[in-house]
Structures are given as structure tokens and as C-alpha cells.
Design a protein around this ligand. Structure first.
Ligand code: HEM
Length: 476
């Protein structure tokens, strides 16, 4: 009855748009979260946009995000997938793109099992500590190439942790192949790049028709990704069969699931490539580590406080995972790294399955739901003085309604929350602690000679900048 009467309710307010195109031309390609945050000051935390006929709801308050994406996650957990990337380029078979349902749940379960399986964490931590140590020696040899070293660290961790394959350089053929496959994929996902996304019936035209070259392109992208997915999986499977496999998510899964069905094997292949791509995409381009370097250079007193804490805990040895619980200041600093410029400022789009009613508004079935994480982590009611990096805000816990853990926002929401959260957070910790123990970072300067800004369409990253990285003590 509620839903039947809802037809009389208004849709949420939002900026007016053009006929047919709706608000499509008003949304900037770069940093749209900042525009959405501005608009929310006029239209409120539940805002309606229309993009070429498709309804989009932008949520800009913690309350709205939790009420819908968390508390009503049963209906707010689908993914909108455009025809070019989803159906034609084959993305929609992957867990991260599947609508919420049995196969999505099964994929997530397998992924979480691989990432957090009992008894594996120790092996993963040892591998990450060893990689952090190599990263520190590379940084010591050529500090000005810190960006390349961060890229190596992330790419090598991704390959080693997922498949047990060691990679010494960023020119490794596997790395190049996956980076190429992912670039091609993101090209198919660019909004407005393919007409078939606006007119889905075009997907039925045969590939040989003039003007249907997008179908050939989509097939190439899909084949490319499948081929790298199969190749990497085969390498690890052969190593497991020969009894020569190193510890990795895939090797552990295969060893422990000798009786897996062909469908389980297929799912495992798909899940593995998503773990690999997830680590690559979200740590490398998204640049949590770059934010860390930038903050260290721009807030020297914060860096000093963190170094004093790290030194007191580790002395002359290298930091380890087990030190984390003794480092509350670093923990607070990492929360600021995530909050200050969230990597995925709009999370990933969700889709609502049925029509819903919220705060007196009608939310149409099938609407895309964007959670404006940037607006949440810069809400002065939640985080006073939000544009400043202040780790102390988490240490003075007198007012419980203030300064919630930003990791509850920046890794997404409800049944789609990032399954790589713990792995990512562990990696960021060990790298940050190791860098603080070994170096002092200063003088961040934009290559363009301007104030260093964050940019990006979906993933936010700082402009290129140089910085001085000075060893704190002689080697040896
Ligand atoms: C600091 C690093 C990372 C950040 C900030 C991050 C953030 C996110 C966010 C915001 C989402 C969307 C959640 C939603 O739809 O509400 C997501 C989803 C996802 N992430 Fe991460 N992530 C990170 C690292 C990783 C890593 C290391 C992996 C791989 C192990 C990974 C794998 C995934 C997958 C597979 C999904 C899709 C989940 C689904 O649709 O059910 N992420 N992540």
C-alpha cells in the first residue's frame, strides 16, 4: 500500500536539466563529487539527477547513506552496468559488476575466503613485510623515483599475493598485459563514449554492419581480459600440480579445494583476476600511498609525531604488523590519509531494485545510487575543520558523535563493501610505518608550479609532485 501511494510523492529535488540530455552536460568530467557537494547545499542530501533519461540519486549525508545502502541493502545492492562494458565487453560476469544475488554472494564468499582465510594471514603478512623492505631499499637508492617505486610495490604485491608470481620490474610481461587490458576496459566504461550505452538496442546489430565497430572492439577487450585471466591461473595451477607453488591466494585455494567443480574453478579464475586488478587499480592509481607522501611533506609536525611513536616502538629494527596495536598516533594518521581525499569519492554506483520511499520522496526503481563519500568525509558536523589533516581528532574521543572512523565510508557500503579492505589497510600500514622509520619527507612541489590538487573522474589522485626524501640514519 505504501509503495502504491508513493506515485503521488515527489522525486527528490535536483538541478534542472536539458530535454533528453537531462543534467549530463552539467556534470564535470573531473572531480564531480565537488560539484555534487555544492549542489547538495541547495537541494539537500538526497538529490535527483537525470542523465540521458536515466535516474540518478546522489546521497550526501551519513544518515541517508546508512539508511539506504546499509539498512535497506537488500534492495540497494545491484550494480548499474552499461551495455558496452557490461554485456558486450564481458564485465558483467565479474563479482564486482554482478547484480546482487546468488552468484554475487558466492563470488564474494570465495574472495573473502581467499583474502582472509584462517592460517593464511601470517604468510601474507610476511610477504608484505618483505616487499615493504625491498621498497625501502629502492627508495634509498633513487628517492626521486618514489612514484615508480610505489607503482612497482603495488604491482609486485598484486602478482605475488594473488598468484605467487615474483616480479622484479614494472616491465614484467604479466604486469604490462593486465595494465593494457584494464586501460582498454576503462575506455569501454567511459560515460558517453559509446552510443550503444544511450541506445541499448544497438547491441543487437551484427558486427559486420558499417558503424558497428564498437562490437568488434568490445569482443577484443573481452578476449584480452579472458586470455590474461586464464594465463595467470594456469601458471599457478601448474605450479600447484607440480608441488612447486609459492603461497598465494590462488595456490592456497587450489591446494585446499582439490575437489572443486569446474564451475568453482571458473569462479576462482574470475575472483583471482579481480583481486589482482583490485590491488593494482585501487592502490596504484588511487594512490593512497601518494596521499601519505604528500601529507607527510605538507604537515611536518604530524610526520614528526608519527616518527617519535614509530621509533619508540621499533627502535632500530624494521616495523612489523604486530607493532600496529602499539601505534595509536599512526593509526589516527592513516584515518586522516583515507579521509582527507578519499580514493573513490563516489564509491562504486549501486542500483535500487524496486521503487522505494525515503524522507517523503519517491526513489524510482532502477535508479543509480551514488554515495558522495567526499561529502561525508568533509562534513564539518562530522569532522570539524575537515580540510585540515588532524590525527588528534581521533585520539580525543570525548564526543562520540564526532570523527567516526572514515574507513566505514571510504571502502563503500552495505553488501557491496570492499572485500579488499583489510588487505589494503594492512598494506598501507606496513608501508607507512616503514617509510616513517627510514625517511623524512619534505618539500612537496607540483610539477606545474601550482598548489597540488586532486583530480580524477572516478578515482581521485594528486597531481604529479616532487618531494625530498631524506634517510634518517645511515644504512647498516
Ligand atoms: C585503499 C584501497 C582500496 C579502496 C579505498 C577500495 C575502495 C572500494 C570501494 C569504495 C568499493 C565500492 C563499494 C560499494 O559499491 O559500495 C570497492 C569495491 C571493491 N573492491 Fe575495493 N578498495 C581498495 C582496495 C581493494 C583491494 C586491494 C581489492 C582486492 C583484493 C579490492 C577489491 C574490490 C572488489 C572486488 C570490489 C567490488 C565488491 C562488490 O561489488 O561486491 N579493493 N572498493
Amino acid at each position: 500500500r505504501y509503495i502504491r501511494n508513493s506515485k503521488r510523492l515527489p522525486i527528490p529535488p535536483g538541478p534542472g536539466g536539458l530535454p533528453l540530455l537531462g543534467n549530463a552536460l552539467q556534470i564535470p568530467k573531473e572531480c564531480s563529487w565537488l560539484t555534487f557537494t555544492e549542489w547538495a547545499k541547495t537541494f539537500g542530501p538526497i538529490m535527483y539527477l537525470s542523465i540521458i533519461g536515466s535516474p540518478v540519486i546522489v546521497l550526501s549525508s551519513r544518515e541517508a547513506v546508512i539508511d539506504l545502502l546499509e539498512k535497506k541493502s537488500l534492495i540497494y545492492s545491484d550494480r548499474p552496468v552499461a551495455p558496452m562494458a557490461g554485456e558486450l565487453a564481458g564485465m558483467q560476469k565479474y563479482t564486482s559488476m554482478l547484480s546482487y544475488g546468488h552468484r554475487h554472494r558466492k563470488g564474494r564468499k570465495m574472495m573473502l575466503g581467499m583474502l582472509t582465510g584462517i592460517g593464511k594471514a601470517q604468510g601474507v603478512h610476511t610477504a608484505q613485510e618483505a616487499m615493504a623492505a625491498t621498497f625501502i631499499s629502492r627508495l634509498r637508492c633513487s628517492p626521486s623515483e618514489y612514484r615508480a617505486h610505489i607503482h612497482w610495490l603495488v604491482a609486485a604485491s598484486a602478482l605475488e599475493l594473488t598468484y605467487g608470481i615474483r616480479s622484479d620490474s614494472s616491465d614484467d610481461p604479466y604486469q604490462l598485459a593486465i595494465v593494457k587490458a584494464m586501460e582498454a576496459l576503462s575506455e569501454t566504461m567511459a560515460p558517453g563514449a559509446y552510443l550503444v550505452d544511450a541506445i541499448p538496442s544497438l547491441k543487437y546489430v551484427p558486427e559486420w554492419l558499417p558503424g558497428a565497430s564498437f562490437k568488434k572492439r568490445a569482443r577484443e577487450v573481452a578476449d584480452n581480459l579472458s586470455s590474461i585471466e586464464n594465463r595467470l591461473f594456469r601458471v599457478t595451477r601448474e605450479q600447484v600440480d607440480r608441488g612447486e607453488a609459492r603461497q598465494s591466494f590462488v595456490a592456497n585455494f587450489l591446494t585446499e579445494n582439490g575437489d572443486a567443480t569446474p564451475e568453482d574453478d571458473e569462479l576462482c579464475r574470475e575472483v583471482a583476476i579481480q583481486i589482482y586488478a583490485g590491488i593494482l587499480m585501487l592502490l596504484q592509481t588511487a594512490s593512497v600511498l601518494l596521499s601519505f607522501f604528500l601529507i607527510m611533506a605538507q604537515y611536518p609536525h604530524v610526520q614528526r609525531n608519527a616518527q617519535i611513536e614509530v621509533d619508540a616502538v621499533v627502535g632500530d629494527r624494521s616495523p612489523q604488523y604486530s607493532d600496529r596495536k602499539f601505534m595509536p598516533y599512526l593509526e589516527a594518521l592513516l584515518k586522516e590519509v583515507y579521509r582527507w581525499n578519499p580514493v573513490s569519492p563516489l564509491a562504486m554506483p549501486h542500483q535500487v531494485r524496486h521503487e522505494d520511499v525515503y524522507a517523503g520522496y519517491r526513489i524510482p526503481a532502477g535508479s543509480t545510487i551514488l554515495a558522495n563519500t567526499w561529502a561525508l568525509t568533509h562534513d564539518p558536523e562530522l569532522y570539524p575543520d575537515p580540510d585540515e589533516v588532524i590525527p588528534e581528532r581521533y585520539l580525543d574521543g570525548t564526543d562520540k558523535s564526532l570523527n567516526p572512523d572514515p574507513r566505514d565510508f571510504v571502502f563503500g557500503y552495505g553488501r557491496r563493501v570492499c572485500p579488499g579492505k583489510t588487505l589494503a589497510d594492512d598494506t598501507v600500514f606496513i608501508v607507512a610505518a616503514s617509510v616513517l622509520a627510514a625517511f623524512t619527507i619534505s618539500d612537496a612541489t607540483s610539477l606545474k608550479g601550482e598548489k597540488i590538487k586532486y583530480r580524477g573522474g572516478i578515482i581521485s589522485h594528486p597531481d604529479d609532485f616532487t618531494c625530498t626524501i631524506t634517510p634518517r640514519r645511515p644504512v647498516g
